[in-house]
Design a protein around this ligand. Sequence first.
Ligand code: SF4
Ligand code: SF4
Length: 157
Amino acid sequence: MSKQGRVCDQKVKKGAACAACKLVKRPKKEDVPPDELCNYCNGKCCRYIALPIDKPTNYEEFDYARWYLYHEGASIFIEDGDWYLIVYTPCRELDENNRCRVYPTRPQICRDYSVDKCEYEDHYLFDQYFETAEQIEEYAEAILGPRPGGSFRTPRP
Ligand code: SF4
Ligand code: SF4
């Protein structure tokens, strides 16, 4: 599985190049042999890291979640009841053509990932998704009740 080329997500006729960017339209997954799929992808799976985190159950633990979300590129999502920290940051080894520079020696986690279940056609839809500290604070207050000592949420204007 290697990566090459760039494709366009705009609505253009199948096989045609987009008039704006001159790139070819991304084909449907079902229309592409599995060993060629990455050739039509911008390396989606190489542009973030996601790690499971413990589900926060009290304000002290929600405070960690709030700290995560103060960082640029960091979000938290919940999928099937499991919590994850996701940081949108491209791999340094992804080259300008969306190819892996270290393909022969890429880490095991990359080797274990397969096009069978990859996010080629996903649109990052999660059961629940938090992008800001205020969102997680609001969620914590809904679950736990008012925070002792007062809320961290921005006052209403
Ligand atoms: S998301 Fe799928 S198609 Fe895209 S680079 Fe990763 S494995 Fe290949
Ligand atoms: S090492 Fe290669 S396959 Fe793994 S995330 Fe980086 S670019 Fe992608």
